[in-house]
Design a protein around this ligand. Structure first.
Ligand code: SF4
Length: 461
């Protein structure tokens, strides 16, 4: 028999945000049995069916038109194409907002329209395409996963077999299996967590494993047996649009009659639907400090100017494991917070260039210019990195190209001219550094051009 929503109001679903600090979070016993349509003598199965119907009807009318939401052509090839599109788009959507993803997705698909074509790409090409999206590990997994699938010769079609592909977790497996292969399987992402926690008024910490498990169970019980892919997309769409974090549009919501958070909010003005899910404070990011040296090789400037090969910059490939694995960056070295003064940073940088890259700045080059440019902060998911940026213009004694043959095995060097660096895929942090240096150089040029000619020539005397 369906339970009255009122019953749940008073027993177990009050948001913990309203409780005293230190109060124990009450475990949720939410179940599909708790679903009810107020005022209607309906059992949970009927209530669930009504919820599905309402949500799917709303989705059919209101869903956004997105490039990865296309109907698969009949047959295995069409389904695999759809699966690949879902995979790429879902991985990108884990990184950023829909409008940004649309651009990245379109460029990606134009270059690698199938999983087989992606499998032939290099890591460098994939990184370049991914540049700016962050979390480059996901791009690496996409490539590794594509190779795995191409080698096998067929796209896995169930959530359990998809999970065996490198980088495909529960969420992506659920998305691909339900959307492309119509498997009746759920998915849970941040949007679904929000919708479910409000429908069932779940006040528990959504990050705790027992609560996560509960969300998956409920999503599994709710998923529509005949249109699982559309249902899963509808749940995400509702969370991404109407059931937003701070301003949910409950009056237009297709599942408002099932929403226990809404019922609670009507019964008790001190409770709002936005109290669900519980807001869990984020852990403070680690504070790191780095000396970043943009090394510009000035040699050969005049001869190469005509070919557009002036201003060569030294880039270093990061190790294949760890943060920003395998990506190119300007020479960077982490420094202690207490040693971020110019003298210490330069000492550390010189040591780095000498010991790790085998470049003795003083012996093997003439330093034409060495100047602190400023600081930049770049936020990673768990690190707040302050970068102290300097520009060093060098004239190498000897053959410039030999610089790239130095260094340890785990690292690679390359010299890139200004026009290439403008167009290559750099991480957003490195791009910020480069733009900062560029702005500094432009300002310097402007300042010089504004010095009256006579004064300027005197200065150079
Ligand atoms: S009624 Fe409001 S809070 Fe409840 S699911 Fe709909 S939009 Fe979200």
């Amino acid at each position: 028999m369906a339970k009255s929503p009122k019953c749940m109001v008073t027993t177990s679903r009050r948001p913990t945000r309203k409780l005293q600090a230190g109060s124990a979070t009450r475990p949720s016993s939410a179940d599909i049995e708790d679903l009810a349509t107020p005022g209607v003598l309906a059992g949970p199965a009927l209530a669930a069916a009504a919820l599905r119907l309402g949500l799917l009807r709303w989705y059919d009318t209101h869903r956004r038109d997105l490039p990865w939401r296309f109907s698969a052509t009949p047959g295995p090839e069409g389904r695999e194409k759809r699966a690949y599109a879902v995979w790429v788009s879902e991985v990108m959507l884990q990184q950023t907002r829909v409008p940004v993803v649309v651009d990245y997705y379109s460029r990606w698909m134009a270059r690698w329209p199938t999983v087989e074509t992606l499998a032939t790409a290099t890591q460098e090409e994939v990184n370049e395409m991914w540049a700016g999206l962050g979390y480059y590990r996901r791009a690496r997994f996409l490539l590794e996963g594509a190779k795995q699938i191409a080698e096998k010769g067929e796209f896995p079609s169930t959530a359990s077999t998809l999970r065996q592909v490198r980088g495909i977790g529960d969420y992506t497996a659920g998305a691909i299996a339900s959307i492309a292969f119509n498997e009746v399987t759920p998915l849970v992402d941040g949007n679904v967590v929000r919708v479910i926690s409000r429908i069932f008024a779940i006040a528990d910490n959504p990050k705790e494993s027992s609560t996560v498990k509960k969300f998956w169970e409920l999503a599994g019980q709710l998923v529509d047996p005949s249109r699982p892919g559309d249902f899963n997309q509808a749940m995400m769409e509702l969370g991404a649009t109407l059931c937003s974090k701070t301003k949910p549009g409950c009056s237009q919501c297709p599942v408002s009659s099932h929403c226990q958070a809404l019922t609670l909010s009507h019964e008790n003005p001190s409770i709002g639907v936005t109290d669900y899910p519980q807001v869990v404070p984020k852990a403070k990011p680690r504070r790191d400090f780095a000396a970043v040296c943009v090394v510009q090789i000035a040699q050969g400037l005049e001869q190469e100017m005509a070919a557009g090969k002036c201003n060569l910059f030294l880039l270093i490939k990061r190790p294949e494991e760890g943060l920003l694995a395998g990506l190119w960056e300007f020479p960077s070295v982490l420094v202690d917070e207490s040693k971020t003064d110019s003298l210490n940073r330069r000492k550390e940088m010189d040591k780095y260039l000498k010991q790790l890259l085998d470049i003795d700045v003083k012996r093997e080059s003439i330093v034409v210019l060495r100047k602190d440019i400023g600081q930049l902060v770049h936020i990673f998911s768990h690190i707040r990195l302050t970068m102290h940026v300097e520009l060093m213009v060098l004239k190498i004694k000897g053959v410039v190209g030999q610089v790239c043959n130095k260094g340890q095995d785990s690292m690679k060097l390359k010299l890139v001219d200004e026009s290439s660096i403008d167009s290559m895929g750099l991480t957003s942090g490195i791009r910020k550094v480069y733009n900062m240096v560029k702005a500094f150089k432009e300002k310097k040029l402007l300042d010089q051009s504004q010095i009256p000619t006579r004064k300027r020539s005197r200065r150079h005397e």
